[in-house]
Design a protein around this ligand. Structure first.
Ligand code: DGL
Length: 273
C-alpha cells in the first residue's frame, strides 16, 4: 500500500519533496486538486467536502496513510475526517496533517516565546495554530497574519521577481506590528517556501523561519517508527504517481518548480466527486 499526499494544488509538492529525500523507498501518490485551488479563501464546508473527496479517492487507490499536505485542509478538514469519517470509511487507515508537527517543533526554537504565523485566510481564521500552540505550549504567544496575495504570486511565477516585494514586505511588517517580540515564524502554507528569498530580505535577521517540509518529513519518520502496524503495510518500490484534477500539461509545467528534484514524472488527470 502507498502513502498519499494531498494538497489543494502544487504546494504539497514542497512537502513531498522532503518525503522523497528522507524516505525515498516508499511508494507515493500525490494528488493536487489544481482545478479547484485555491482552498485558502473557501468556506469550512467546501474545504471539508473537497478534502474528504480527495481522501476517499486516495483510499480507493490503495493508500494506507494520507498526509493532508495543505495547511488549509489540515486546519478545516483534518479533525472531522479523523473523528467522524475515518471510523466509518476506513478504520484501519490513517490521515495526518501538517499543523501538529509544525507546532511540536516550536518549543525548541523560540527563545522569546513569541511566534508568528504567516498563512492563508482560511488557516488564519480557523485559529488552528493559536489553539494547537496554546494546547501544547501555554507559555507561547502567537500572532497571525493572512497573506492572501502570496499564493497567487507563487502560482504566477512572481515569487522571485519585483512583483513579490510589496506584499511580502507589507505582510511581514503587519505581523511584527502585532507582536514585535517574535523570534520565530512558521511559514504555514505550502506555497511559501518558494518565496524564501523575498521573505529573508524583509524579515529581521534574528527571526528564524520554520519551513514545514523537513519538519513534516521528520515527523513522518518518527510516526512510521512508532506505528509498525501501519509501516509494515507500506510497499517500498520507489514508485511515484502524480494525479491532478487539472489538465496534465498545465500541472507538469508548474510542478517542476515546486518539485525540483524530479525531472521526469508522469501525471494523470482524475476527477473528484
Ligand atoms: N496549499 C495551501 C496551504 O498550505 C495554500 C493554497 C490554497 O489556498 O489552496 O494552505
Amino acid at each position: 500500500m502507498k502513502i498519499g499526499v494531498f494538497d489543494s494544488g502544487y504546494g504539497g509538492l514542497t512537502i513531498l519533496r522532503e518525503f522523497l529525500l528522507e524516505l525515498p523507498e516508499y511508494d507515493y501518490i500525490y494528488l493536487g486538486d489544481n482545478a479547484r485551488t485555491p482552498y485558502g479563501t473557501r468556506s469550512f464546508e467546501t474545504v471539508y467536502n473537497y478534502s474528504l473527496q480527495a481522501v476517499k479517492k486516495l483510499f480507493e487507490l490503495d493508500c494506507q496513510l494520507i498526509i493532508l499536505a495543505c495547511n488549509t485542509a489540515s486546519a478545516k478538514a483534518l479533525r472531522s475526517i479523523q473523528q467522524n469519517d475515518l471510523p466509518k470509511i476506513a478504520p484501519h487507515r490513517r490521515v495526518l496533517g501538517v499543523i501538529r508537527p509544525s507546532v511540536e517543533a516550536l518549543d525548541k526554537i523560540t527563545n522569546t516565546n513569541s511566534v508568528g504565523i504567516l498563512a492563508t485566510y482560511g488557516t488564519v481564521s480557523s485559529l488552528s495554530y493559536p489553539i494547537e500552540i496554546k494546547k501544547l505550549y501555554p507559555h507561547i504567544t502567537t500572532a497571525q497574519e493572512a497573506c492572501p496575495m502570496w499564493v497567487p504570486l507563487v502560482e504566477n511565477y512572481e515569487y522571485d521577481k519585483p512583483g513579490a516585494d510589496y506584499f511580502v514586505k507589507k505582510n511581514i511588517e503587519n505581523l511584527l506590528l502585532k507582536n514585535n517580540n517574535i523570534d520565530t515564524i512558521i511559514l504555514a502554507c505550502t506555497h511559501y517556501p518558494l518565496l524564501i528569498n523575498k521573505i529573508n530580505l524583509y524579515k529581521p535577521a534574528n527571526i528564524q523561519l520554520i519551513s514545514q517540509g523537513s519538519i513534516v518529513a521528520k515527523s513522518l519518520i518518527d510516526y512510521l517508527k512508532r506505528y509498525k502496524e501501519i509501516e509494515t503495510k507500506l510497499s517500498k518500490n520507489y514508485k511515484r504517481e502524480f494525479l491532478t484534477t487539472e489538465t496534465t500539461a498545465l500541472f507538469n509545467k508548474k510542478a517542476l518548480k515546486f518539485l525540483n528534484i524530479c525531472k521526469n514524472f508522469s501525471t494523470k488527470q482524475i476527477f473528484l466527486d
